[in-house]
Design a protein around this ligand. Structure first.
Ligand code: HEM
Length: 441
């Protein structure tokens, strides 16, 4: 197979990631305009065919597990979550692990966490006072970590939750995105680089998780995921080791709270920079009466559209990678085994053929038409689609409702905030500072 079957694109291994990191939105605008909706990006982790074409996204998201592997490699990712993470599993072990982990994040089991979500929001609001400026990125992280800690391993001791919050913030803050591109940065360098700080925060977090595992092994099993993992048995009758459970807990903790928190921080940013949207949303929420149940809140169509529009405009996870084990036909192109492909959420969500005036925050677009799972991809797709998608959207709705209902806010500054890569996620550069004007009961 020759290179000529690959799409045209960029071959400078060093400059490509730098331009991408500086401003992926501008970078993509230029390359898609120059090369078309599918192009070749060559970086230090190898060649990646990136697409914003929904037809190509469909081909990628309907691949079977046996056809895809992990990008860049397990070893290139296990410094983030540990080698026993579902994120790094493939084939049958991956399918089995998803089956084990998914149920609490859907349906009635998910809805049972409504109270936890509302209480975590109220506890956070209690720490606010009128006149104070609160960084909503940090505040949303505190809420979502408290939620995930309770949902995943029944951690309810506030002191333990606070410890976990501190280490997890330290971990994320030191997860420099350059480490993802350049393996040479994943070294200690006499303790001077962000890597040892990140690894030390990770070890502290893992210590908390291992203590929880031991506590769980000593008590009667509950409904939480940790209890399930502790009592799960493989086909050969063996049980999950502490190390396996620890890696999975860390994955759920990080994948399940950092993302939702950034999604919420962006939501508040957009709402308070688009006053007409906020008025319309407040009208919808007021119509629910004084103390609506969680289900009524979750059914609000405009709230749902605001969350979708926020996840569209600045997706938290910008790319969904698959490493090809077999040749892949994408329209006129053939991607050889060993190459990676990426369905680009930034690319698709700003594809002018799907979302005209894409930099305008306009939730109405989600009421006017339905977008296919290959046009709107904030949670990826196919056999590896995010297992927490329903949970995250439910949480975002309940948290947003509580804050909008009990708080009057204003942006602490009016300048636009741009997305910044924070490891595998994108968040608001410098946080989202909000001024608390008034708090009501
Ligand atoms: C707004 C919030 C969230 C966003 C934007 C998000 C986004 C994503 C994306 C894009 C992927 C990759 C999907 C793919 O490869 O096709 C993913 C995977 C995953 N997410 Fe989420 N996520 C969010 C919340 C959550 C929550 C609350 C949990 C639950 C604990 C969670 C757990 C996971 C797990 C375990 C995976 C790996 C799935 C696999 O490899 O099979 N996420 N997420």
């Amino acid at each position: 197979m020759t290179d000529s079957s690959l799409p045209p694109g960029l071959r400078n291994k060093l400059l490509n990631p730098i331009f991408y990191l500086l401003d992926p939105y501008r970078f993509y605008e230029k390359v898609f305009a120059r090369y078309g909706d599918t192009f070749l990006f060559t970086g230090p982790n190898g060649p990646v065919v990136v697409t914003r074409d929904p037809e190509h996204a469909k081909v990628i998201f309907t691949l079977e597990s046996a056809q895809i592997g992990i990008f860049p490699t397990d070893a290139g990712t296990d410094f983030i979550v540990g080698k026993n993470s579902v994120l790094l599993m493939t084939d049958e072990p991956h399918r089995r692990e998803r089956k084990l982990l998914s149920p609490p994040f859907h349906g009635a089991r998910m809805r049972a966490y409504a109270q936890v979500m509302q209480q975590a929001t109220r506890a956070e609001m209690k720490s606010w006072s009128a006149g104070q400026v609160v960084d909503f990125q940090r505040a949303m992280q505190r809420i979502s970590l408290s939620v995930i800690a309770q949902a995943v391993f029944g951690l309810s001791d506030p002191e333990e939750v606070k410890r976990a919050q501190r280490f997890s913030a330290e971990y994320m803050d030191n997860l420099n995105p350059l480490m993802l591109f350049f393996p040479s940065l994943r070294k200690e360098y006499f303790g001077k680089s962000p890597f040892p700080k990140m690894q030390s925060a990770r070890r502290n977090l893992e210590q908390i998780l291992v203590e929880e595992i031991h506590r769980c092994r000593a008590r009667a099993p509950g409904e939480d995921i940790l209890s399930m993992m502790v009592s799960a048995r493989y086909d050969d009758g063996s049980m999950m080791s502490d190390e396996q459970i620890r890696d999975e807990l860390l994955t759920l903790m990080l994948a399940g709270h950092e993302t939702s928190a950034l999604g919420l921080a962006w939501l508040f940013y957009h709402l308070y920079h688009n006053p007409e949207t906020l008025v319309r949303l407040r009208q919808e929420l007021s119509a629910l009466g004084n103390s609506p149940d969680a289900e009524s809140i979750a059914q609000c169509r405009y709230l749902d559209a605001c969350i979708s529009e926020s996840l569209r405009m600045y997706p938290i996870v910008a790319e969904t990678f698959r490493k090809m084990r077999v040749p892949l036909q994408l329209g006129p192109y053939t991607v050889p085994p060993g190459h990676a492909v990426s369905v680009s959420a930034i690319g698709l969500h700003h594809n002018p053929a799907i979302y005209p005036q894409s930099m305008q925050f306009r939730p109405e677009r989600f009421l006017e038409r339905k977008f296919s799972p290959f046009e709107f991809v904030p949670f990826g797709g196919g056999t590896r689609r995010c297992i927490g998608a329903a949970f995250a959207q439910y949480e975002m709705k309940l948290v947003a409702y509580e804050i909008l209902r009990h708080c009057e806010l204003a942006p602490a500054n009016t300048r636009p905030i741009r997305p910044e890569m924070r490891g595998p996620t994108f968040g608001p550069k410098g946080g989202v500072p909000m001024k608390i004007l008034r708090l009501t009961e």
